[in-house]
Design a protein around this ligand. Structure first.
Ligand SMILES: NC(=O)N[C@@H](CC(=O)O)C(=O)O
Length: 430
């Protein structure tokens, strides 16, 4: 592999533009003379762009196997690379479910064949995501799984959740919980509040999330295991997390870009592109989630990238499936909600999009500092580029973005995986 020179880039957006030399997949030199003697090197013109560690998504639905009409590991990997990601965690709610070593090995192998991003399969906690008995966590751990989740479903039986935490502790893994008390959300269509009431939609109360977050924090503390909370969406859940962290519970949490930007006033459109699980909440929740992400109560941003077919979105609200695309819009939404608001600087962006998710999942070669000797998993960001989101132009097969037509700030210039350019100038590298 030829050396790579990133010319005129600003690590963490700090200082004057400089050059970065990448050789054999590692950052070999940083500075004005870094490119000297790198004959035959491939060059990326940075134009003063911000250089960060490559993003890590703990929560991606790649839909393969089973729903290759909406996304495949190849198209989802392309969306990830274009979005600045160097590693993604593929959720287990595929068909067949990734609840055994055969399916997780297939997903990992397919990810390696595509080669655009490290694809880490998430293993299901329970057989068939049915919430009745534990899946073969040990066999999946031997196949390399370090994150277990029934996402899309809550592991609502407290004894089963306790056992899952005990096993995952022994396996040095983490359980990522979709916090939704199902008895409180039966038939729910939208956040329980003024907008849902006006439209006559069955409500999804905040307490259904908060009760499970609180219960699971208590269980994790009891067992001494690590818990990760998926897609936190309410102010109350952030308060519970702050309390649990203050008392030393090993809990981490993610928030999605859409929950940082959108509110349930989107319900007025009656467009199911805005239907998602957990639902869009209130402006007060959005405000609290941003603050919690800024101060570390919420550790990271995860996309919950959830592609859906046209017939599952372009239909009446109650028949529509919940979920939104996220991989190619996460960065600009974080820029809009966290950077332009002054809540995070670029070191903070590196923390929430790369360092913390890599640490939570135990990835040794991702989320590393932009320093000589570190693996060259990198993303170059043009912080001021403005662009209009068009679902049809995204790399995913599905087009269900809630940001359709919105002008956002911040664009990925290039993504580098172990020293190889995977995406540049908005295109997948040959
Ligand atoms: N987040 C979503 O709205 N959808 C997810 C699963 C789920 O959490 O319901 C999906 O797989 O489509």
């Amino acid at each position: 592999m030829n050396p790579l020179v990133l010319k005129g880039v600003r690590p963490y957006g700090e200082g004057d533009p400089t050059d970065v030399l990448v050789r054999d997949g590692v950052i070999a030199a940083i500075g004005a003379t870094a490119a000297d003697g790198a004959a035959g090197a491939e060059t990326v013109e940075g134009g003063g762009a911000v250089l960060l560690p490559g993003f890590v998504d703990l929560h991606t639905h790649l839909r393969e196997p089973g729903r290759e009409d909406t996304e495949t590991i190849a198209t989802g990997s392309a969306a990830a690379a274009l979005g600045g990601y160097t590693a993604v965690f593929a959720m287990a709610n595929t068909d067949p479910v990734a609840d055994n070593a055969v399916v997780v090995e297939h997903v990992a192998r397919r990810g390696r064949e595509v080669g655009l991003v490290d694809v880490h399969p998430v293993g299901a906690v329970t057989v068939g995501l049915a919430g009745e008995r534990l899946a073969e966590l040990g066999a999946m751990a031997r196949a390399g799984v370090r994150v277990f989740s029934d996402d899309g479903h809550c592991v609502h039986d407290p004894l089963l959740m306790r056992r899952a935490l005990e096993y995952s502790k022994a396996l040095d893994a983490v359980v990522a919980q979709h916090a939704e008390e199902p008895r409180l959300t039966a038939g729910a269509q939208a956040h329980e509040g003024e907008h849902a009431a006006r439209l006559g939609l069955q409500g999804w109360p905040a307490a259904a999330e908060e009760a499970i977050v609180a219960r699971d924090c208590l269980l994790a503390a009891q067992v001494g295991a690590r818990l990760h909370v998926c897609h936190v969406s309410t102010a109350g859940a952030a308060d519970v997390l702050a309390w649990a962290k203050a008392r030393g519970t090993q809990v981490s949490a993610e928030v999605t870009p859409h929950h940082l930007l959108l509110t349930d006033d989107r319900l007025a459109t009656y467009d199911p592109v805005n239907k998602v699980n957990p639902p869009l909440r209130t402006a007060r929740d959005v405000e609290r989630l941003r603050q919690a992400l800024a101060d570390g109560v919420i550790d990271c941003v995860a996309t919950d990238h959830a592609p859906h077919a046209v017939q599952d979105k372009d239909c009446e609200w109650s028949a529509a499936r919940p979920g939104m695309l996220g991989l190619q819009t996460a960065l600009p939404v974080v820029v809009e909600t966290m950077v332009r608001t002054g809540l995070l600087d670029w070191r903070g962006v590196a923390r929430v999009l790369s360092e913390r998710p890599a640490a939570i999942a135990g990835l040794p070669d991702q989320g590393r500092p932009v320093e000589v000797g570190e693996p060259a998993n990198l993303v170059l960001v043009d912080p001021g580029a403005r662009w209009v989101v068009r679902g049809a132009e995204l790399a995913s097969i599905a087009a269900n973005t809630p940001f359709e037509g919105m002008e956002l700030t911040g664009r990925v210039v290039a993504t580098v995986l172990r020293g190889r350019v995977t995406a540049a100038g908005g295109r997948i590298a040959a």
